[in-house]
Design a protein around this ligand. Sequence first.
Ligand SMILES: [Zn+2]
Length: 240
Amino acid sequence: MRLAETAWPSVPVGGLVLVPVGSTEQHGPHLPLSTDTVIARAVAERVAAALVPEASGPVLVAPAVEYGASGEHGGFPGTISIGHEALHVLLLEMVRSLTPWAWRVVLVNGHGGNVRALGSAVGQLRGEGHDTGWLSCEAPGGDAHAGFTETSVMLHLAPELVRVDAAVPGDTRPLATLMPELVARGVRGVSPSGVLGDPSGATAERGRELVEAMVADAVRRIAANRADTRGRLLRPVEHP
Ligand SMILES: [Zn+2]
């Protein structure tokens, strides 16, 4: 159920609300600025559909947060970042305002730069007694930014928004290796195209598999309902 399309008397009290958290930031010359939001929203909607048969109550998907902390992508036209502090406050107030009628809130994140604010805000909210947690849309072996993973996923979810002919390989070093340079010089200083990774060979079919893996991972974390001190939902312990 999409919250934005519902009138208030039809909003079930006591449900689980999923809030996609995205960004508006450059994703290379071939992917739209909304890439992280498109992915977070699609994963949240598929997770809601997967949870409904087993959930003890209703599952709703709230409108996405379309702005995030994207300072490292600031050198590219189109990027709009609200920064860590503003995102922290936005998430705090949003969840506080949701919990009087929702029994649980899970933030479904599509952008790595949002992790700091998610951890600080959700950690604080849990300390205040709110039943909330967050997770990131993750697929095993995914590359950093606007590379094979995100390009494949977007070819599956929104092919009309992908400019396949404009795709170029970017800096393909692993994110952990790149990080000191990214922090010092921003993405533009490391990769003039804005791509970190390599979109070559991306396919919609691979994208479908990646989305399925993201959804399955999210469903497992939500069902396990265990979180670290920063509110990040953990995978279930398979062999305790
Ligand atoms: Zn992204």
